[in-house]
Design a binder for this molecule. Structure first.
Ligand code: ZN
Length: 392
Protein backbone atom coordinates (compact mmCIF):
# COMPACT_ATOMS: atom_id res chain seq x y z
CA UNK A 1 0.00 0.00 0.00
CA UNK A 2 1.50 3.29 -1.15
CA UNK A 3 0.04 6.64 -0.17
CA UNK A 4 1.19 10.04 -1.40
CA UNK A 5 0.49 13.36 0.27
CA UNK A 6 0.94 15.79 -2.58
CA UNK A 7 1.79 19.45 -2.69
CA UNK A 8 1.93 20.68 0.90
CA UNK A 9 2.79 24.33 1.42
CA UNK A 10 5.01 23.27 4.33
CA UNK A 11 6.69 20.05 5.42
CA UNK A 12 8.33 20.25 8.84
CA UNK A 13 11.79 18.66 8.59
CA UNK A 14 14.68 18.24 11.03
CA UNK A 15 18.02 20.01 10.39
CA UNK A 16 19.42 16.64 9.25
CA UNK A 17 18.49 12.97 9.43
CA UNK A 18 19.38 10.72 12.35
CA UNK A 19 19.31 13.28 15.15
CA UNK A 20 18.02 11.88 18.47
CA UNK A 21 16.68 15.33 19.47
CA UNK A 22 17.13 18.95 18.46
CA UNK A 23 18.20 21.66 20.91
CA UNK A 24 18.03 24.63 18.52
CA UNK A 25 14.62 24.89 16.89
CA UNK A 26 15.92 27.46 14.43
CA UNK A 27 17.40 24.50 12.56
CA UNK A 28 13.96 23.01 11.90
CA UNK A 29 13.08 23.50 8.24
CA UNK A 30 9.70 24.32 6.73
CA UNK A 31 9.71 23.58 3.03
CA UNK A 32 7.03 23.03 0.42
CA UNK A 33 6.83 19.40 -0.63
CA UNK A 34 5.19 16.01 -0.75
CA UNK A 35 5.59 12.79 1.24
CA UNK A 36 5.08 9.21 0.10
CA UNK A 37 4.58 6.36 2.55
CA UNK A 38 4.85 2.67 1.78
CA UNK A 39 4.40 -0.39 4.01
CA UNK A 40 4.07 1.70 7.13
CA UNK A 41 7.21 3.77 6.64
CA UNK A 42 8.12 7.08 5.04
CA UNK A 43 9.41 6.08 1.60
CA UNK A 44 10.21 9.39 -0.10
CA UNK A 45 10.01 13.14 0.33
CA UNK A 46 8.30 13.49 -3.01
CA UNK A 47 5.02 12.31 -4.43
CA UNK A 48 4.54 9.05 -6.33
CA UNK A 49 2.11 9.44 -9.26
CA UNK A 50 1.62 5.65 -9.24
CA UNK A 51 0.64 5.49 -5.56
CA UNK A 52 -2.49 3.54 -4.58
CA UNK A 53 -3.89 6.70 -3.07
CA UNK A 54 -2.87 10.30 -3.69
CA UNK A 55 -4.20 12.98 -1.35
CA UNK A 56 -3.95 16.61 -2.39
CA UNK A 57 -2.81 18.61 0.61
CA UNK A 58 -2.26 21.94 -1.16
CA UNK A 59 -2.27 24.89 1.23
CA UNK A 60 -1.71 22.67 4.24
CA UNK A 61 1.27 21.51 6.25
CA UNK A 62 2.64 18.03 6.94
CA UNK A 63 4.11 17.56 10.40
CA UNK A 64 5.19 14.44 12.26
CA UNK A 65 2.52 12.60 14.26
CA UNK A 66 2.31 14.33 17.63
CA UNK A 67 3.82 12.57 20.65
CA UNK A 68 2.21 13.09 24.06
CA UNK A 69 4.96 11.94 26.42
CA UNK A 70 3.28 12.93 29.71
CA UNK A 71 -0.30 11.87 30.44
CA UNK A 72 -1.96 10.31 33.47
CA UNK A 73 -4.16 7.92 31.50
CA UNK A 74 -5.83 5.70 32.58
CA UNK A 75 -8.00 7.34 35.23
CA UNK A 76 -11.67 7.19 36.27
CA UNK A 77 -14.12 10.07 36.05
CA UNK A 78 -13.40 13.80 36.22
CA UNK A 79 -13.22 16.42 38.98
CA UNK A 80 -15.07 19.37 37.45
CA UNK A 81 -16.68 20.37 40.75
CA UNK A 82 -13.21 20.81 42.26
CA UNK A 83 -12.17 23.02 39.37
CA UNK A 84 -15.10 25.31 40.06
CA UNK A 85 -14.20 25.38 43.76
CA UNK A 86 -10.59 26.16 42.90
CA UNK A 87 -11.32 29.06 40.54
CA UNK A 88 -13.87 30.57 42.94
CA UNK A 89 -11.29 30.66 45.70
CA UNK A 90 -11.72 27.55 47.87
CA UNK A 91 -8.24 26.66 49.22
CA UNK A 92 -6.79 23.35 48.07
CA UNK A 93 -6.38 22.19 51.67
CA UNK A 94 -10.14 22.54 52.13
CA UNK A 95 -10.82 20.66 48.89
CA UNK A 96 -8.44 17.90 49.99
CA UNK A 97 -9.99 17.75 53.49
CA UNK A 98 -13.37 17.29 51.80
CA UNK A 99 -12.03 14.14 50.14
CA UNK A 100 -10.96 15.80 46.90
CA UNK A 101 -7.65 15.82 45.04
CA UNK A 102 -5.73 12.67 44.12
CA UNK A 103 -7.65 10.77 46.83
CA UNK A 104 -10.91 11.42 44.94
CA UNK A 105 -9.45 10.02 41.73
CA UNK A 106 -8.04 7.02 43.61
CA UNK A 107 -11.48 6.33 45.10
CA UNK A 108 -13.21 6.66 41.72
CA UNK A 109 -10.67 4.31 40.18
CA UNK A 110 -11.09 1.70 42.92
CA UNK A 111 -14.87 1.77 42.44
CA UNK A 112 -14.79 1.59 38.62
CA UNK A 113 -14.68 -1.69 36.72
CA UNK A 114 -11.79 -2.43 34.37
CA UNK A 115 -14.23 -2.09 31.48
CA UNK A 116 -15.39 1.36 32.59
CA UNK A 117 -11.82 2.62 33.09
CA UNK A 118 -10.75 1.34 29.69
CA UNK A 119 -13.84 2.74 27.96
CA UNK A 120 -13.11 6.24 29.30
CA UNK A 121 -9.40 6.01 28.44
CA UNK A 122 -10.16 4.75 24.92
CA UNK A 123 -12.58 7.61 24.33
CA UNK A 124 -9.92 10.11 25.39
CA UNK A 125 -7.33 8.32 23.26
CA UNK A 126 -9.67 8.62 20.25
CA UNK A 127 -10.10 12.36 20.85
CA UNK A 128 -6.33 12.72 21.14
CA UNK A 129 -5.92 10.99 17.78
CA UNK A 130 -8.36 13.45 16.20
CA UNK A 131 -6.05 16.21 17.48
CA UNK A 132 -3.01 14.62 15.86
CA UNK A 133 -1.57 12.55 18.72
CA UNK A 134 -0.26 9.28 17.27
CA UNK A 135 1.93 8.26 20.22
CA UNK A 136 0.85 8.40 23.83
CA UNK A 137 2.49 7.63 27.14
CA UNK A 138 0.40 6.43 30.09
CA UNK A 139 1.25 6.52 33.78
CA UNK A 140 0.07 4.63 36.82
CA UNK A 141 -0.36 6.65 40.00
CA UNK A 142 -4.01 6.65 41.08
CA UNK A 143 -3.83 3.14 42.51
CA UNK A 144 -2.36 4.25 45.86
CA UNK A 145 -1.83 0.61 46.86
CA UNK A 146 0.39 -2.15 45.52
CA UNK A 147 -2.61 -3.99 44.13
CA UNK A 148 -4.07 -0.79 42.66
CA UNK A 149 -0.81 0.13 40.96
CA UNK A 150 -0.37 -3.37 39.51
CA UNK A 151 -3.91 -3.09 38.12
CA UNK A 152 -3.07 0.24 36.48
CA UNK A 153 0.02 -1.20 34.78
CA UNK A 154 -2.20 -3.93 33.35
CA UNK A 155 -4.91 -1.45 32.24
CA UNK A 156 -2.34 0.89 30.64
CA UNK A 157 -1.02 -2.08 28.64
CA UNK A 158 -4.55 -3.08 27.66
CA UNK A 159 -5.17 0.47 26.51
CA UNK A 160 -2.28 0.01 24.10
CA UNK A 161 -0.27 2.98 25.33
CA UNK A 162 3.01 3.23 23.43
CA UNK A 163 4.89 3.60 26.70
CA UNK A 164 3.81 2.77 30.24
CA UNK A 165 5.46 4.68 33.07
CA UNK A 166 5.29 3.44 36.65
CA UNK A 167 4.42 6.53 38.70
CA UNK A 168 4.25 4.42 41.82
CA UNK A 169 5.50 7.39 43.88
CA UNK A 170 2.61 9.74 43.02
CA UNK A 171 1.02 10.43 46.39
CA UNK A 172 1.84 9.00 49.80
CA UNK A 173 -1.05 6.62 50.62
CA UNK A 174 -2.95 7.34 53.85
CA UNK A 175 -1.17 5.90 56.87
CA UNK A 176 2.15 5.59 55.04
CA UNK A 177 5.32 7.68 55.31
CA UNK A 178 7.20 8.70 52.14
CA UNK A 179 10.17 6.53 53.09
CA UNK A 180 7.97 3.58 54.02
CA UNK A 181 6.02 3.77 50.76
CA UNK A 182 9.32 3.87 48.83
CA UNK A 183 9.85 0.26 49.98
CA UNK A 184 6.60 -0.61 48.19
CA UNK A 185 7.74 1.41 45.15
CA UNK A 186 10.95 -0.62 45.10
CA UNK A 187 8.96 -3.87 45.12
CA UNK A 188 6.53 -2.64 42.44
CA UNK A 189 9.42 -1.59 40.20
CA UNK A 190 10.86 -5.09 40.49
CA UNK A 191 7.60 -6.94 39.80
CA UNK A 192 5.88 -4.75 37.17
CA UNK A 193 6.60 -4.49 33.46
CA UNK A 194 7.03 -0.74 32.95
CA UNK A 195 9.06 1.29 30.45
CA UNK A 196 10.12 4.05 32.88
CA UNK A 197 9.81 5.07 36.52
CA UNK A 198 8.46 8.42 37.69
CA UNK A 199 8.00 10.27 40.98
CA UNK A 200 6.17 13.38 42.19
CA UNK A 201 8.55 15.47 44.28
CA UNK A 202 6.72 18.22 46.18
CA UNK A 203 6.05 19.31 49.75
CA UNK A 204 2.75 17.37 49.69
CA UNK A 205 4.29 14.23 48.15
CA UNK A 206 7.84 12.82 47.98
CA UNK A 207 11.25 14.29 48.87
CA UNK A 208 14.55 14.71 47.08
CA UNK A 209 15.97 11.73 48.99
CA UNK A 210 13.12 9.59 47.59
CA UNK A 211 14.00 10.84 44.09
CA UNK A 212 17.61 9.81 44.68
CA UNK A 213 16.44 6.37 45.79
CA UNK A 214 14.15 6.00 42.75
CA UNK A 215 17.18 6.83 40.58
CA UNK A 216 18.99 3.83 42.05
CA UNK A 217 15.92 1.63 41.55
CA UNK A 218 15.57 2.76 37.91
CA UNK A 219 19.27 2.03 37.30
CA UNK A 220 18.84 -1.43 38.80
CA UNK A 221 15.79 -2.11 36.62
CA UNK A 222 17.46 -0.65 33.52
CA UNK A 223 14.64 1.81 32.79
CA UNK A 224 14.72 5.61 32.41
CA UNK A 225 14.03 7.82 35.41
CA UNK A 226 11.51 10.66 35.06
CA UNK A 227 10.40 13.10 37.73
CA UNK A 228 7.64 15.65 38.40
CA UNK A 229 9.62 18.50 39.97
CA UNK A 230 9.41 22.21 40.83
CA UNK A 231 5.66 22.49 40.16
CA UNK A 232 4.61 24.59 43.16
CA UNK A 233 7.93 25.24 44.94
CA UNK A 234 11.63 25.40 44.12
CA UNK A 235 12.64 22.23 45.93
CA UNK A 236 16.01 22.10 44.14
CA UNK A 237 15.15 18.66 42.78
CA UNK A 238 16.73 19.27 39.38
CA UNK A 239 20.37 18.75 40.50
CA UNK A 240 19.26 15.56 42.28
CA UNK A 241 17.49 14.32 39.14
CA UNK A 242 20.49 15.16 36.92
CA UNK A 243 22.87 13.37 39.29
CA UNK A 244 20.55 10.34 39.12
CA UNK A 245 20.73 10.40 35.29
CA UNK A 246 17.07 11.32 34.71
CA UNK A 247 15.75 11.20 31.15
CA UNK A 248 13.35 14.07 31.86
CA UNK A 249 12.32 16.54 34.52
CA UNK A 250 8.69 17.58 34.15
CA UNK A 251 6.75 20.75 35.20
CA UNK A 252 9.58 23.19 36.17
CA UNK A 253 7.17 26.11 36.76
CA UNK A 254 9.31 27.00 39.80
CA UNK A 255 12.73 26.05 38.41
CA UNK A 256 15.49 27.66 40.48
CA UNK A 257 17.53 30.06 38.28
CA UNK A 258 20.80 28.37 39.26
CA UNK A 259 19.52 25.03 37.95
CA UNK A 260 18.67 26.29 34.47
CA UNK A 261 22.13 26.17 32.87
CA UNK A 262 23.05 22.69 34.20
CA UNK A 263 19.70 21.35 32.96
CA UNK A 264 20.14 22.98 29.55
CA UNK A 265 23.60 21.42 29.22
CA UNK A 266 22.48 17.94 30.30
CA UNK A 267 21.12 15.09 28.21
CA UNK A 268 17.85 15.40 30.10
CA UNK A 269 14.65 16.84 28.65
CA UNK A 270 12.79 19.78 30.17
CA UNK A 271 9.15 18.66 29.84
CA UNK A 272 6.91 21.70 30.26
CA UNK A 273 3.17 21.36 30.92
CA UNK A 274 1.52 24.69 30.09
CA UNK A 275 -2.01 23.28 30.42
CA UNK A 276 -1.42 22.50 34.08
CA UNK A 277 0.29 25.87 34.53
CA UNK A 278 -2.70 27.75 33.14
CA UNK A 279 -5.55 25.78 34.71
CA UNK A 280 -3.73 25.44 38.03
CA UNK A 281 -2.83 29.15 38.01
CA UNK A 282 0.79 28.09 38.55
CA UNK A 283 3.96 30.04 37.83
CA UNK A 284 5.11 30.00 34.19
CA UNK A 285 8.10 27.78 33.47
CA UNK A 286 11.09 29.63 31.95
CA UNK A 287 10.50 28.11 28.53
CA UNK A 288 12.19 30.88 26.57
CA UNK A 289 15.32 30.88 28.72
CA UNK A 290 15.53 27.07 28.57
CA UNK A 291 15.26 27.12 24.78
CA UNK A 292 17.85 29.88 24.42
CA UNK A 293 20.22 28.00 26.73
CA UNK A 294 19.93 24.94 24.49
CA UNK A 295 17.80 22.63 26.62
CA UNK A 296 16.00 19.66 25.08
CA UNK A 297 12.59 21.34 25.29
CA UNK A 298 9.42 19.25 25.34
CA UNK A 299 5.73 19.97 25.93
CA UNK A 300 2.92 17.56 26.79
CA UNK A 301 -0.71 17.69 27.93
CA UNK A 302 -0.27 16.21 31.46
CA UNK A 303 -3.81 14.91 30.75
CA UNK A 304 -5.29 14.14 34.18
CA UNK A 305 -8.59 14.71 35.97
CA UNK A 306 -7.18 17.15 38.53
CA UNK A 307 -4.77 19.80 37.30
CA UNK A 308 -4.92 19.40 33.51
CA UNK A 309 -8.02 17.83 31.92
CA UNK A 310 -6.47 18.72 28.57
CA UNK A 311 -5.97 16.29 25.69
CA UNK A 312 -5.19 18.52 22.70
CA UNK A 313 -1.53 19.01 21.79
CA UNK A 314 -2.44 21.79 19.29
CA UNK A 315 -3.93 23.65 22.26
CA UNK A 316 -0.75 23.01 24.26
CA UNK A 317 1.29 24.33 21.32
CA UNK A 318 -0.81 27.50 21.43
CA UNK A 319 -0.20 27.90 25.16
CA UNK A 320 3.53 27.23 24.84
CA UNK A 321 3.97 29.77 22.05
CA UNK A 322 2.11 32.50 23.95
CA UNK A 323 3.46 31.85 27.43
CA UNK A 324 7.06 30.85 26.64
CA UNK A 325 7.63 33.15 23.68
CA UNK A 326 8.34 30.28 21.31
CA UNK A 327 7.97 29.99 17.56
CA UNK A 328 5.44 27.49 16.20
CA UNK A 329 8.26 25.27 14.95
CA UNK A 330 9.87 25.29 18.42
CA UNK A 331 6.59 24.17 19.99
CA UNK A 332 5.99 21.49 17.35
CA UNK A 333 9.54 20.18 17.78
CA UNK A 334 8.75 19.96 21.50
CA UNK A 335 5.84 17.55 20.94
CA UNK A 336 7.37 15.49 18.14
CA UNK A 337 11.08 14.56 17.88
CA UNK A 338 12.11 15.71 21.36
CA UNK A 339 9.08 14.07 22.96
CA UNK A 340 9.78 10.80 21.15
CA UNK A 341 13.33 10.91 22.57
CA UNK A 342 11.91 11.18 26.10
CA UNK A 343 10.03 7.94 25.43
CA UNK A 344 13.03 6.23 23.81
CA UNK A 345 11.15 5.84 20.50
CA UNK A 346 13.75 6.66 17.85
CA UNK A 347 11.61 5.19 15.04
CA UNK A 348 9.32 8.25 14.96
CA UNK A 349 8.98 11.94 15.77
CA UNK A 350 10.40 13.42 12.57
CA UNK A 351 9.81 13.24 8.84
CA UNK A 352 12.74 11.19 7.52
CA UNK A 353 12.86 8.41 4.94
CA UNK A 354 12.73 5.07 6.75
CA UNK A 355 10.98 6.31 9.86
CA UNK A 356 7.54 5.09 10.89
CA UNK A 357 4.89 6.86 8.83
CA UNK A 358 3.13 8.78 11.60
CA UNK A 359 2.05 12.02 9.94
CA UNK A 360 -0.43 14.80 10.53
CA UNK A 361 -1.82 16.98 7.77
CA UNK A 362 -2.81 20.44 8.98
CA UNK A 363 -5.32 22.51 7.02
CA UNK A 364 -3.07 25.59 7.00
CA UNK A 365 0.48 26.68 7.77
CA UNK A 366 2.03 25.64 11.10
CA UNK A 367 1.94 29.25 12.32
CA UNK A 368 -1.86 28.96 12.41
CA UNK A 369 -1.73 26.24 15.09
CA UNK A 370 -0.93 28.62 17.97
CA UNK A 371 -2.49 31.67 16.37
CA UNK A 372 -5.99 30.27 15.81
CA UNK A 373 -5.95 29.27 19.44
CA UNK A 374 -8.19 26.46 20.63
CA UNK A 375 -9.19 25.36 17.15
CA UNK A 376 -8.34 21.87 15.91
CA UNK A 377 -6.19 22.38 12.78
CA UNK A 378 -5.88 18.66 12.02
CA UNK A 379 -7.27 17.51 8.70
CA UNK A 380 -5.82 14.02 8.41
CA UNK A 381 -3.90 11.64 10.66
CA UNK A 382 -1.73 8.79 9.42
CA UNK A 383 -0.32 6.23 11.87
CA UNK A 384 1.95 3.41 10.78
CA UNK A 385 1.23 4.30 7.16
CA UNK A 386 -2.59 4.04 7.49
CA UNK A 387 -5.10 6.86 7.46
CA UNK A 388 -6.58 6.55 10.97
CA UNK A 389 -8.55 9.79 11.17
CA UNK A 390 -9.94 12.18 8.59
CA UNK A 391 -11.93 15.36 9.18
CA UNK A 392 -15.44 15.00 7.80
ZN1 ZN B 1 1.98 14.72 35.59
Amino acid sequence: MTLSLRGAAQVLLPPEDGLPYVRDAAGMRLEPGSVTVRDGAIAALEDDPGADEVIDVAGGAIVPGLVDCHTHLPFAGWRAEEYEQKVTGVPYEEIARGGGGIAASARALAEASDGAVLAQARAIRAEMLAHGTTTVEAKTGYGLSREGERRLVRLARELGADRVTGLFAHAVPPGESPGGWMDAVDALAAECDVDALDIYVESVAFRNEDLERLGAIAAREGVPLRAHVEQFNANRSVPVALAAGARSVDHLACLHPDDLAPLAAAECAAVLLPGAELLGDEAVAPGRALAEAGAICVVATDCNPGTSPVLSLPLVVGLAVRRYGWSARQALLACTLNAAWVLGLDDRGSIEVGKRADLVVLDGPVEHVPYRFGRNPVRLVIAGGEVVWRRR
